[in-house]
Design a protein around this ligand. Structure first.
Ligand code: ADP
Ligand code: MG
Length: 730
């Protein structure tokens, strides 16, 4: 066997030079944010400049107030959009949509229309803007659509801006769309999100009306996501079949140095990585995505990027673009961006923090205030979120369930699989007192106002550093921290909007009933709100937890409190189609029973397939890479023993015995894994359980033997880049 692990780590370390790579210039590229921001999106300014006044006004009403789109304006929008896109160098357009694969999809059509003279003109009609018909019969539909019965169609989402995607050889116009079957069933992640946002709007406005807020016509969910990711040199990536096929390493011994020294977190950003980040951010600015923060994360080779929050629907689309852009730009620097939740065992995995709030044009409804009336309103909305999380732990848990995220949740680096809410000491105290019906003092001694006086001054960001909580109040928003790094944030935000809408609905009805028996007065209103808050606060006490979510005591305590602990994806997915959830989704017209069943099936299928592919990849690597390397080494040892003559080679004999033992373990593991992975069951449910209960443990057996071999087989024989190289060569 030839020497394989030769010089590629040196190549990885030295081939990047800031002068020779990418578009690096002798002097830094200027980044005039004001000038470039949004230059590749068809935003409001562009629309205003190019559309007839009436069309602009009508479109604005759709975008900003959620009014239905007037079909008659489509032609003028299409014309303006096409002219703008062509000026930007676009020759094609695509309806960009988000099927149940979790990623995005596109099919390109050119603007070209041949004319009689043998030439061609660029055309794009309102009809083409509004509706497309990709032959999309191969997307997962979970049985919603037999291939013979119907193709899906895409429908323009005017609330998310169209954008230009550039390539060295041309550009195209990308139009965010929803994807449905001809029978009107949702085949994507956007439709239920938009429906849930509507439900939240309706109930939010209803509550604000009860509170007498004038002119509140719209309540929107706002979302800001912090994305964690790894960057490694592409030399390593393409030499690892597991990374290239599964996005994570399936074997790999722990390096002598991992993240123990905490020297990476918030450290200075390596030059090549910074160059890559700067270019990615520049691209994102041009797409109108307000990136705000970047830093090194906990694990070596791990980083984070975060934008300023936006309305949920746009934020979800933009999050997809952040992931796509990071992956594309990384390649220009000889890097690969890993978005898997757990690319490397033994160091931190990657997640995504989904910061969430709701608000009107002028007001964040989860922002506590000093004014007593607004205070009550804040507590009311905050209580609705608490109730939503408590009542629907199952849904939040399954909204982040995937084979990849099972490596993180509960693994003492990410929040546990148990849902609880961190409120901070002071707000927790407020809700305890409310539960007792006497919320008029606070830990800080000031009087708490339910109209009596003001809510104690709640310091923003107080205590929001409890990283062990899956759902934390951080001053003026909640942070859902269990989200997976490579998932679309559409489902978590659909569920959040839906369950908070339901809570607001229930609480608004309670409030109306309380008010019905009372005189119309300030005091009467305050008493009624107080009564509702007391009932809800009592109910939600079990979900409130400020302590250490990683501790064993919490697991015991949570069980006593009756909280769910759905440890794995199969455990979590079952409740998607429970009676409670079907009723909930149908009541707010977010998903029908059939649509829910289809999603359940797709998620089960994805889990099964992901693990099946990992198992096959691992078997192949173990058989064709690890085993031959180990056998070569054993052979070398045995030849040495053969040739020893009178020399005593006890050490070599011992080593040979050890290596032989590990080879035997490896072979047994491979056979076991092969047998389990071939063992197909009758139903999808049974296959999923089989993956969880038999295939994953068999993979770990193979890994254990392979990782031990990595520790003794000569480096020059080892056919795979090691953790030491992948995580530290920058
Ligand atoms: P921290 O550093 O404490 O996690 P930041 O203030 O940096 O919090 O915010 C983290 C994320 O939360 C950012 O993306 C930010 O835009 C977002 N965020 C802030 N306010 C809101 C809000 N009202 N709704 C949704 N997200 C928000
Ligand atoms: Mg955060």
């Amino acid at each position: 066997m030839s020497n394989v692990s030769q010089d590629y780590h040196l190549l990885a370390a030295t081939k990047y030079s800031p002068r020779a790579n990418g578009k690096a210039k002798a002097s830094p590229v200027s980044m005039d944010i004001e000038q470039i921001f949004g230059e590749n999106t068809f935003g409001l300014d562009e629309m205003k400049a190019r559309l007839p006044k009436s069309a602009y006004k009508s479109l604005l009403a759709t975008i900003q107030k959620g009014e239905p789109l007037k079909p008659e304006i489509a032609d003028s929008v299409a014309l303006a959009m096409k002219e703008w896109a062509i000026e930007k160098g676009a020759s094609h357009y695509t309806h960009w949509f988000q099927p149940l694969t979790g990623s995005t999809a596109e099919k390109h059509d050119s603007f070209i229309t041949p004319n009689k003279g043998g030439g061609a003109i660029a055309e794009f009609s309102g009809k083409e803007l509004i509706q497309g018909e990709p032959d999309a019969s191969s997307f997962p539909s979970g049985g919603l659509r037999a291939t013979f019965e119907a193709r899906g169609y895409t429908a323009w989402d005017p609330t998310s801006p169209a954008f230009i995607v550039e390539n060295e050889n041309g550009s195209y116009l990308s139009i965010p769309t929803a994807f449905a079957s001809w029978t009107g069933e949702a085949l994507d992640t956007k439709i239920p999100l938009l429906r849930a946002i509507d439900a939240l709007n309706e109930q939010g406005v209803r509550v604000l009306k009860l509170f007498g807020v004038k002119g509140a016509t719209r309540v929107a969910a706002t979302v800001g996501t912090e994305q964690e990711y790894f960057l490694i040199d592409e030399e390593f990536y393409y030499r690892r079949p597991d990374l290239a096929t599964c996005g994570r390493t399936l074997i790999g011994a722990k390096p002598p140095k991992g993240q123990e020294l905490d020297d990476h977190y918030f450290g200075s950003i390596p030059e090549r990585v910074l160059a890559c980040m700067l270019e990615a951010e520049r691209e994102l600015y041009r797409l109108g995505i307000p990136i705000k923060t970047r830093h090194n994360e906990v694990a070596p080779g791990q980083y984070e990027i975060a934008p300023i929050y936006e309305e949920a629907n746009v934020a979800v689309d933009h999050q997809q673009l952040v992931m796509l852009t990071l992956q594309q730009v990384a390649r220009r620097y000889g890097l690969v961006c890993l978005l898997h939740e757990k690319p490397f065992a033994g160091v931190n995995g990657s997640g995504k923090h989904n910061n969430w709030s709701m608000g009107t044009d002028s007001m964040n409804l989860l922002d506590p205030s000093d004014n007593p009336h607004d205070n009550m309103q804040f507590l009311f909305f905050c209580a609705a979120v608490l109730r939503a999380v408590y009542k629907h732990q199952d849904l939040l848990r399954l909204s982040v369930a995937s084979a990849g995220n099972d490596h993180r949740l509960g693994a003492n680096e990410a929040p546990p699989a148990i849902l609880s809410v961190f409120l901070g000491e002071q707000l927790q105290d407020v809700f305890s007192q409310l539960a007792e019906g006497s919320a008029n003092s606070s830990k800080q001694g000031g009087l708490l106002g339910l109209g009596v006086t003001t809510l104690p001054h709640l310091p923003r960001h107080a205590g929001d550093r409890n990283r062990t909580s899956p759902f934390a109040f951080t001053g003026n928003k909640f942070e859902f921290r269990a989200v997976a790094s490579n998932q679309s944030v559409a489902l978590p935000n659909t569920i959040l909007a839906l369950i908070v809408a339901e809570s607001l609905d229930v609480m608004a009805t309670m409030l109306e009933e309380e008010l019905a028996g009372k005189k119309k007065s300030k005091k009467g209103f305050e008493d009624a709100v107080g009564a509702v808050l007391t009932t809800i606060s009592k109910e939600v006490q079990p979900i409130i937890f400020n302590g250490d979510g990683y501790s064993d005591e919490w697991h015991e305590e949570a069980e006593k409190r009756g909280l769910l602990n759905l440890k794995t994806t199969p455990d979590a997915l079952a409740s998607f189609i429970s009676e409670k959830n079907v009723k909930l989704f149908e009541a707010y017209k977010v998903l029908s029973e059939r649509e829910l069943e289809s999603r359940h099936e797709v998620m089960m299928e994805q889990y099964f397939t992901a693990i099946n592919i990992e198992a096959e990849t691992l078997e192949m690597m173990a058989r064709t890479m690890v085993l031959p390397a180990a056998v070569t080494y054993l052979n070398d040892l045995l030849s040495a023993l053969d040739d020893a003559g009178d020399i005593k080679l006890t050490g070599i004999k011992k080593t040979a015995e050890k290596v032989a033992g590990l080879i035997n373990d490896l072979c047994e593991g491979i056979d076991h894994l092969n047998k389990e992975n071939q063992d197909a069951k009758e139903t999808l449910e049974a296959n999923v359980d089989h993956m969880k209960d038999e295939v994953i443990p068999a993979m770990l057996e193979v890994r254990a033997a392979a990782d031990k071999l990595e520790g003794c087989v000569p480096f020059k024989l080892w056919p795979l880049p090691t953790y030491r190289e992948m995580l530290f060569v920058k």
